[in-house]
Design a protein around this ligand. Sequence first.
Ligand SMILES: [Ca+2]
Ligand SMILES: [Ca+2]
Length: 167
Amino acid sequence: MRFRYALTTAAATASAATLGLAVAVPAQAAEYSSALKIKGVQYDAPGRDSNKCSGGNTKNEYLTIKNYSKTATVNLKGYKVKDAAGNTFTFKNSHTLQPGDYISLRGGRGTDSDAGNVVYRQNCNFIWNNDKDTIYFYKPSGSRADVHAYTKKANDRDGNGYITYHG
Ligand SMILES: [Ca+2]
Ligand SMILES: [Ca+2]
């Protein structure tokens, strides 16, 4: 069974009340009003993990964020991701995502590329735990754009270290 991250947000409570479900919060990830959402995550970089900047494999751990809007172009600048432990990364540079466009936020050091659809965290430590974690994604305003919790056992049945969210 898929692990669901139950959010007791006002919106979830309101919709539950509307449906006459007094107690149960909908057992699914809450959807936020956001063009940008998490497409998927390679939370476990293939192979034996090493956070050495040279020769390590942190670059192969990545989070893909996609613009799901059919019309809106969005600048990633000011957006932020955070894990369950509170480690954060803020997109400090302008990076325009046209409708359907995406980026992979990779660990390690490298040169960001619009054409290559990649942004580096400039940090060789891993951020997404191999056993379980939560991926928070925030707008520049601080409001949530998306959030997904996972466990390797529940969400990665084929064990390839990748989980698809919005696909
Ligand atoms: Ca690994
Ligand atoms: Ca983590």
